[in-house]
Write a protein that binds this ligand. Structure first.
Ligand code: M6R
Length: 615
């Protein structure tokens, strides 16, 4: 998600910035821009363009932008479609302050309204533009750019990595970070900022990794670090001793592993802007992006349509809507839905789910639903995608760009959006009491932290994979929510390990699939519904007695599966009906490690494409 670079030195800044932005392309982006303090005039030269960095290069090919202090940005759209206007850098009204930003300003709507009341006219739809205007506001009050930035930061809620330049201070660049990453590269007679290490590696290996709420002021000959109150900090820089190719994956061996580990942050980014707090306690869910009006409250049915992993999210969604909001849900794969002459009613809510927002079958289903007069809500990870443009209303998953073909963090953030919708609907339709609703909100707020616990303790799964990666058959089983999670667990394993893997509702085993079970079979039971533990344990015993190796992924802490399973992967305790967001993570890791052990490239599985834009 978004890339930032910045330069202060004696070279011409523009080529350094463009070169740096290219090193951040792997993060995904839809537009690019630079802002350079002009050497010959008292102005900031801002150049930006929608699309690939090469379009920005073409735009500036015939001009010489002279200046050796500047900032650059690759944007991955969040607020406002990808366009020249919404691209960064953004400036104050007089163009004397320019800002690049990575992150989401959660209170931007409030700040924007306040600035508009002060007479500020906005040029873009972005959350970032409020930062430029706020800095200007405080600069006019304090007459000091650093103080103005500090005052601004104190008023921002959400996440940010920032680079700021100002015509009145042509010798420096100010940087700050909260949640979103930012590093400072320490060169000789030149210094840099960047979202990640690769852009600075050709100039220096000495860096400061900015900590939460820290600021840096960069000059060509030194860098000062500050805490959030503006007090100077002194510390030793870190030395980077790894190479470019591993750096782009943030030190992870593969994007898939990196993205599995990013799920805690992706959950936070998707959840936090929609949770309303009463003090420290979550008290409500608010979707600013959709009308949660009468049509939701009086809807007769929800119809969910999607493909692949997104369809599996829809299956979990069905359980969630039916449990919390007591509304019937039909969930269908888009490629079937579109050719079935489906029956849609005026009071159906139609939800399409698509990470890319470009899947051909999902788009066709969306168009069909619109023709039938249904209200279409899209859940997607890509701002400006066709699905987002054609749906009536859009809920974004803030997972950040997903590079690995096998979806991980996009899936879990889809689940988060579906759960939030289901809980909100339960509240509005009075199928959840106020106290049940609040209890569930408190539990859902714990998901990011509990996710981290799982990804930080993956060695058990890695070891188990090293013993099982040669099995010829693998079955995932579960009941209720867990049968839905089994579908996605099995798909993940198939996609990246190429092992034959199927998912069954546990109760279905004895109706046929059990004929396949022998000593070369691994059966993984997902077990997060205490009321059904006994039934599930019986199913596990049935396959174990036919020679299968068995494993459980469970929130149980009482040892309910110790006797029937060869391996028990324990995940953090959570309200069972929300556990689907956690139980999938060990399965993703298991798929990843099996893929590696079998000598595959988990990021680029054979025969698969990230975005399936054909039928
Ligand atoms: O972009 P979409 O979410 O619409 O894509 C749908 C499927 O093609 C996708 O989920 C596919 O199953 C992935 N390879 C899953 O890892």
């Amino acid at each position: 998600m978004c890339g930032i670079v910045g330069y202060v030195g004696s070279k011409q800044a523009t080529p350094v910035l463009i070169n740096g932005l290219k090193k951040l392309e792997y993060r995904g982006y839809d537009s690019a821009g630079v802002a350079v303090l002009s050497e010959s005039s008292d102005e900031i030269l801002v150049r930006k363009s929608k699309g690939a960095i090469k379009f920005l290069e073409e735009k500036i090919a015939d001009e010489v932008i002279k200046g050796s202090v500047g900032i650059g940005h690759t944007r991955w759209a969040t607020h406002g479609e990808p366009s020249d206007l919404n691209s960064h850098p953004h400036t104050n009204v007089s163009g004397t302050i320019a800002v690049v930003h990575n992150g989401i300003i959660e209170n931007y709507a409030k700040l924007k309204a306040w600035l508009q009341d002060q007479g500020v006219v906005f040029k873009s739809q972005t959350d970032t533009e409020v930062i430029a205007h706020l800095i200007n506001y405080f600069y006019e009050k304090t007459g000091e750019i650093f103080k103005a930035v500090l005052e601004t930061l104190h008023r921002l809620e959400g996440s940010y990595a920032l680079g700021v330049v100002c015509t009145k201070y042509p010798d420096r660049l100010i940087a700050a970070r909260k949640e979103s990453p930012l590093i400072v590269g320490l060169g000789k007679g030149e210094n840099f900022i960047a979202s990640d290490v690769p852009p600075v590696l050709e100039y220096t290996r000495d860096v400061y990794y900015l900590n939460q709420n820290e600021l840096a002021v960069l000059y060509n000959d030194h860098v000062d670090l500050f805490d959030s109150e503006g007090n100077k900090i002194v510390r030793e820089p870190s030395h980077v001793d790894w190479d470019l190719s591993s750096a782009e994956k943030g030190g992870y061996a593969h994007f898939m592993l990196k993205e599995i580990h990013e799920q805690s942050k992706a959950f936070t980014d998707t959840l936090r802007p929609r949770l309303v707090f009463d003090g420290e306690t979550p008290s409500d869910i608010q979707f600013d992006e959709i009308e949660f009006g009468e049509d939701w409250k009086t809807a007769g049915r929800i119809v969910i349509t999607a493909c692949g992993t997104a369809y599996h999210a829809g299956v979990v969604g069905k359980y969630a809507f039916e449990k919390f909001a007591r509304i019937p849900v039909a969930v269908d794969v888009a490629s079937e839905f579109r050719y079935r002459n489906p029956i849609l009613n005026q009071n159906d809510i139609f939800i399409v789910i698509s990470q890319s927002g470009e899947t051909a079958d999902t788009l066709a289903a969306l168009r069909l639903a619109k023709q039938a007069g249904a209200k279409v809500i899209a859940i997607t990870n890509c701002v400006g995608s066709t699905v987002s443009r054609e749906a009536d209303e859009v809920i974004y998953t803030w997972a950040g760009p997903e590079i690995a073909v096998a979806s991980t963090k996009a899936y879990t953030t889809q689940l988060m959006c579906l759960y939030l919708l289901a809980l909100k609907l339960g509240k509005e339709r009075h199928t959840l009491s106020e106290s049940e609703y609040k209890k569930l909100l408190s539990e859902i707020a714990l998901i990011p932290e509990k996710t981290k616990e799982i990804t930080e303790n993956q060695s058990e799964i890695q070891k188990f994979a090293s013993r099982q990666f040669n099995k010829s058959k693998i079955f995932y089983i579960g009941r209720q929510f867990d049968s839905a999670s089994s579908l996605e667990s099995a798909l993940k394993l198939k996609e990246v390990s190429y092992m034959h893997c199927e998912a069954f509702a546990a109760g279905e085993l004895k109706h046929g699939p059990i004929a396949l079970v022998d000593s070369d079979t691994l059966v993984v039971a997902i077990a997060t519904e205490p009321a059904l533990y006994e039934k599930l344990a019986s199913n596990i015993v049935e396959v174990k007695s036919r020679g299968a190796v068995t494993m459980a992924i469970t929130i149980d802490k009482t040892g309910a599966f110790n006797n029937c399973c060869d391996e028990v992967i324990s995940i953090p305790d959570i309200e069972p009906s929300l556990a689907s967001m956690l139980s999938i993570i060990p399965a993703q890791l298991f798929a990843y490690y099996c893929s590696i052990l079998r000598g595959n490239d988990p990021d680029k599985p054979r025969n698969l494409a990230k975005s399936v834009t054909v039928e």
